[in-house]
Write a protein that binds this ligand. Structure first.
Ligand SMILES: [Zn+2]
Length: 232
């Protein structure tokens, strides 16, 4: 797979044994892909995608608006996810903010004055801590398997990607939304990003590296592309 850039939008291009060009915009974060017949070159794909720019933008807006409608209010009995498991939120009043993980509930203890944005920020601090603990365990495990030194990493909000890799700095970034996803999905993103330390491009060699260390990757990739960022 190769990536081209059209007016600030990344477009993932793959060449296949097909007759026509297929352009798609995927939920949850508006990823754009083009499948093209092998006899077409990348410049032709670029020109084609550029002529479809208005359509791409319209589709992306639709998807990102759906996402916004799925936004949470951070009230009792609302569903929230941690590592692929659904929890019901329980909001209780307390003098100090605190998040407690129960068997099937996430309890937010909040001062009575807290609004939903403050509750969201609290939950995301909790997600960040939980995800960091998981990554601290998994990254050295996979680094050892892949014959790599353990790279540095950070967690941040990312709009269109689950992870990224700065090859020169040997530093990985992970989307905080991964805290909501099943462990297997997180492991796939770790392997994908670390594979870039061995191969910069999304080429055949890259795919074979990912397949060697995470054979199930296509399934996890599909789950990540289909699961909504915010569960309704
Ligand atoms: Zn990549």
């Amino acid at each position: 797979m190769q990536t081209i850039r059209i007016s600030n939008i990344d477009v993932d291009v793959s060449f296949k044994d097909i007759k026509n060009v297929h352009l798609s915009v995927h939920p949850p974060n508006g990823r754009v892909t083009v499948s093209a017949p092998r006899h077409i070159d990348l410049d032709t794909v670029k020109v084609y995608a550029a002529t479809k720019l208005a359509w791409i933008k319209k589709e992306r807006n639709k998807i990102l608006n759906q996402d916004r409608q799925g936004r949470k209010n951070f009230v009792t009995r609302e569903s929230h996810y941690l590592f692929g498991k659904r929890y019901l939120l329980k909001v209780t009043i307390a003098s100090r903010p605190k998040v407690i993980l129960h068997h099937s509930r996430i309890e937010l203890q909040v001062p009575a004055t807290y609004n939903s944005a403050q509750k969201e920020a609290m939950l995301y601090r909790f997600y960040r801590k939980e995800l960091r603990t998981k990554l601290n365990k998994l990254i050295p495990e996979y680094a050892a398997k892949m014959g790599l030194g353990t790279p540095g990493f950070g967690i941040k909000k990312m709009k269109t990607k689950w992870g990224s890799c700065s090859i020169e700095r040997r530093h990985l970034w992970f989307n905080i939304e991964l805290a909501k996803k099943p462990d297997q999905c997180i492991e796939y993103i770790i392997v994908h990003e670390m594979a870039h330390l061995l191969e910069r491009n999304h080429n055949k060699n890259f795919t074979s590296i990912v397949s060697r260390f995470f054979p199930n990757w296509q399934v996890q990739k599909k789950i990540l592309n289909e699961l909504p960022l915010y569960h309704a």
